[in-house]
Write a protein that binds this ligand. Structure first.
Ligand SMILES: *Cc1c(COP(=O)(O)O)cnc(C)c1O
Length: 631
């Protein structure tokens, strides 16, 4: 029989050797290539032939095409100057591990079909358990990454504590949580009022003293606190939430405590890291991404669950056609521990690379990254032209260029953004940006095993000495599209608010009459008699208010925070879409101190305005930066 897809051993060897040479050439000198190189869709369409290859092609010409037209247009996340997002540098033995798993097409779903790879996965996960101080009865599973692990954790928690999804379940995260957490919530059916985004303390850590009253308010309203996700190594600043305190709160409240330690968790290999991550062992579940700080090739994430049985019970389903592969006592079917049935063996690359270098080598590398980021901090602190915005934490720090001729936040942001964009063009490396309490910040994430002191110096020197050329603010945009207004806000209920009324409000100064007319159709005017609590701390309502007339007072607990008058607005924190349509609960109580006339807008309309009008965005962003720290 002829197998058109089969190959002779000699030809296989030739292709393999050729590919290894090709790769080693690309990997030999990582500083020789730009860290990133972009291209327009038009250029890529020109470079990559879309014709279906009906006939066989020569391997050499395929490699040549890859090397010329494909691979140069992919960031080298392993570049020693790559400090953007979360870098990823794999190892050669790790890559060969993937080759082995791929070449043999190992199916790592059931013990029956893969006792060897399953045992390897158990062994590797056991090492992880020991590193974070988990007990032997904990279970784990290798998944594609942190996003999959976080979703698996939330699904496991819901099954374990609640069973079927309920409209009453509430999950709590801080405003520093990774976006994958809210995506998980949305996909699993949590609606906008079922995720509570909580403000953080001055060190960007979740606050037990807001978590407790938020849960109490939800219980009072008949809801069921289900899940708290803390960060151990937040993506923005590397902050570690107060894990032990949060674990204690969750234990008292009978709420699942998850720790997202996707990128930061492997700092537990080092003594310093273990100190910072203390308390992680008390979590019900932990996300760890070996493809970040454990130097594995993408994709490799993991979830560990303290009470291992719960993970299996959440996912195990055995139909008739899989009965033959059912796990006997003592066997583990990894397909029973997550949503994947067919799954590759991600354990092979871990096992190969951890053994080849020895764990001490990984520990030393994580330690060296921690040293490097502290050196970067000292370098920034000593510079007259750089400003440290967040000190080093688990490999991340935030800084920016300062300028003698301006302290205007928006101008500083524009100039720093121009520098970040220009730096990418140099090919020397890559950094990314974020916002910290509304302030523009450049993030340095020092994780790559190839990065050294010179790479840090090259970046910081560049940012210290280069001249920014900001682009002018984006031209005025128009409201993209009109949404369907809820029926009760249009012809059945309230008449549109007059353009003249809206025109008088400073927030809308930038809008044309047409824009205002649309806003007027979404809005409603309501009266708040003196003494009325218009919004109450921890309420789940998301409306946004602008004061047309009258005065109101803002309180956080019993503390008076500010007075508001005509033209001021409130409710923006809860109205803003923090991600996947989830947002803060009300963080303050606002009470009318005179009879007041209020313009009330649905949260969605405020989000449209913020997206479309730069001036509205600026005013709202400044208010958030002022108000959030006081809540
Ligand atoms: C990277 C990261 C994630 C997402 O992980 P992926 O592997 O990219 O899916 C989640 N949480 C944190 C804290 C992360 O750093």
């Amino acid at each position: 029989m002829e197998d058109p897809l089969g190959m002779q051993p000699e030809a296989m060897r030739q292709l393999g050797y050729r590919t290894v040479d090709f790769l080693v050439d690309l990997l030999a000198d990582p500083r020789a290539v730009p860290a990133t190189r972009g291209a327009s869709p038009r250029e890529m369409a020109r470079r990559i032939d879309a014709t279906q290859p009906a006939m066989a092609q020569d391997f050499e010409s395929i490699l040549d095409d890859l090397g010329r037209n494909v691979l140069p247009f992919a960031s080298r996340c392993d570049h020693p100057g790559y400090f953007a997002f979360v870098p990823g540098s794999g190892t050669w033995p790790g890559a060969l591990g993937d080759l082995i798993a791929g070449a043999l097409n190992i199916y790592a779903g059931s013990w029956q079909e893969s006792a060897g790879p399953s045992q390897v996965e158990l062994v590797v996960l056991d090492w992880f358990k020991q590193w974070i101080g988990y007990p032997p009865q904990a279970a784990g599973v290798l998944v594609s990454g942190g996003s999959a692990a976080n979703m698996t954790a939330l699904a496991c928690a819901r099954e374990a504590r609640l069973g079927a999804m309920s409209d009453r379940a509430v999950a709590y995260i801080s405003d520093q949580a990774h976006s994958s957490m809210v995506r998980a919530a949305r996909v699993l059916g949590f609606r906008p009022d079922q995720v509570r985004v909580l403000p953080v303390d001055d060190d960007f850590r979740m606050r037990p003293d807001t978590l407790v009253p938020a849960m109490a308010a939800d219980r009072l309203a008949g809801r069921r606190p289900l899940f708290v996700a803390a960060s151990a190594g937040s993506t923005n600043t590397g902050a570690v939430d107060p894990l032990s305190e949060l674990a204690a709160v969750c234990r008292d409240e009978n709420v699942w405590f998850h720790v997202d330690a996707a990128y930061g968790g492997f700092a537990a290999l080092t003594e310093r890291g273990r100190g910072w991550l203390s308390g992680i062992e008390a979590a019900d579940s932990v996300t760890l991404d070996p493809h970040k700080w454990l130097y594995q090739p993408f994709e490799c994430g993991s979830l560990l669950v303290r009470d291992g049985d719960l993970l299996r019970r959440a996912f195990e389903i055995t139909p008739d056609y899989l009965k033959d592969a059912q796990a006997a006592a003592g066997e583990v079917n990894f397909a029973d521990l997550s949503i994947q049935l067919t799954r590759m063996s991600r354990a092979v690359k871990l096992w190969v690379s951890l053994r080849y270098f020895g764990i001490d080598a990984f520990r030393a590398t994580v330690d060296r990254c921690l040293d490097l980021v502290h050196q970067a901090q000292e370098r920034i602190e000593a510079s007259a032209d750089l400003e440290l915005l967040r000190p080093a934490s688990l490999g991340i720090l935030c800084f920016r260029r300062s300028f003698a001729d301006t302290d205007d936040e928006d101008e500083i942001a524009r100039r720093n953004a121009a520098l970040v964009a220009a730096f990418a063009g140099t090919g020397l490396g890559l950094v990314s940006s974020t916002r910290l309490r509304g302030r523009y910040a450049i993030r340095l994430c020092v994780l790559n095993h190839g990065s050294g002191p010179d790479d840090i110096e090259r970046v910081l020197h560049w940012f210290e000495t280069s001249t920014p050329h900001p682009v002018p603010p984006a031209a005025r945009r128009v409201l993209a599209q009109e949404r369907h207004m809820p029926v009760d806000r249009t012809w059945l209920g309230y008449p549109p608010v007059a353009v003249a009324t809206l025109r008088a409000l400073p927030l809308f100064a930038e809008l044309t009459d047409d824009d205002l007319e649309r806003v007027g159709r979404a809005a409603e005017v309501r009266v708040a008699p003196a003494g009325e609590e218009v919004v109450r701390r921890w309420d789940a309502a998301r409306d946004f208010y602008v004061i047309i007339d009258g005065t109101l007072a803002v309180h956080v607990e019993s503390r008076h925070v500010r007075d508001l008058g005509a033209g001021d607005f409130f409710g923006e924190l809860a109205a803003l879409d923090w991600g996947a349509s989830f947002g803060y609960a009300r963080l303050a109580t606002v009470t009318a101190t005179s009879d007041a006339l209020l313009l009330m807008l649905p949260g969605a309309t405020l989000n449209d305005l913020v997206r479309e009008f730069p001036d509205v965005e600026t005013q709202i962003r400044h208010a958030v930066a002022d108000r959030l720290p006081q809540s």
